[in-house]
Design a protein around this ligand. Structure first.
Ligand code: 6GU
Length: 247
């Protein structure tokens, strides 16, 4: 799978050389190229922003460097070569919310490009124009504001990249994690079985797999009800047993 990231702070993406994603890159499971937006400017000052039409605070990113960068990336895209469109993710607090379901969907793509805006955002015409070459998706991490798209790209590339087969060593790790079934993960424990007067729940030491599964499921439900009741509203409770519905 191919990723391209365009940013005025390419160093911000350096953590993608580390850990599981870094290893996946050296193993050839994913190719990730970071582009400096300023290298696509034409003027001596390498200008990427200007004042907003209509007035208001802050600066807006100019269209020309973005068109250069995104045009070059689309032209070199394996998706374009195959007659398909690469996906252009535009991190923005004004986008659709990034979820595990969206991560799974995007992990099926052959090519994702990310356009990291800064300041008050990118001139809207860039996103309209880019639709000729890309499936454009403004995406938000959640209802709060970051200074730019770079931190969001770190999160999205990690969430998507780990779903590519072979990136996570043990694929079972992907099955029993938070959000994989619409619920939060159950609590986990390791040795020692007693620590500072706190004991690991007996059932987990019992070796009774049926009882352990029931314990974990109940705690997933309790935790989700306490911390994220909004998630329970989205689930189809007709799939729940009567005891589960009463948790
Ligand atoms: Cl994706 N970008 C920015 N700039 N701020 C955000 C965000 C993204 N998601 C939440 N806040």
């Amino acid at each position: 799978m191919r990723f391209d990231v365009v940013s005025i702070f390419p160093e911000y993406l350096a953590p993608l050389e580390l850990s599981l994603i870094g290893k996946a890159r050296t193993d050839g499971l994913l190719e990730l190229i970071v582009h400096d937006l300023r290298s696509y400017t034409q003027d001596r000052h390498r200008t990427v922003d200007d004042t907003p039409y209509g007035g208001g605070a802050g600066m807006v990113m100019k269209p020309e460097p973005w068109a250069q960068a995104l045009g070059d990336i689309a032209a070199a895209s394996p998706a374009t070569a195959a007659g398909r469109k690469p996906v252009l993710i535009v991190p923005s607090p004004a986008g659709e919310v990034f979820t595990q379901a969206l991560a799974y969907e995007l992990a099926e793509e052959e090519h994702l490009a990310f356009a990291c805006g800064r300041y008050e955002g990118i001139d809207e015409r860039v996103l309209e124009w880019a639709q000729e070459q890309y499936a454009v998706r403004p995406v938000s991490l959640g209802d709060y504001v970051l200074n730019g798209g770079e931190v969001a790209v770190l999160a999205m590339v990690e969430a998507i990249g780990r779903l590519i087969p072979g990136v996570v060593g043990n694929p079972d790790s992907l099955i029993e994690e938070s959000h994989s079934d619409g619920l939060l993960e159950y609590p986990v424990y390791t040795k020692p079985s007693s620590w500072r007067d706190r004991d690991v729940p007996d059932v987990l030491l019992s070796g009774n797999h049926g009882k352990i599964a029931k314990f974990r499921r109940e705690h997933q439900l309790r935790r989700t009800a306490a911390r994220r009741p909004d998630l329970l509203d989205k689930l189809d409770v007709s799939n729940f047993s009567k005891t589960e519905r009463n948790v």
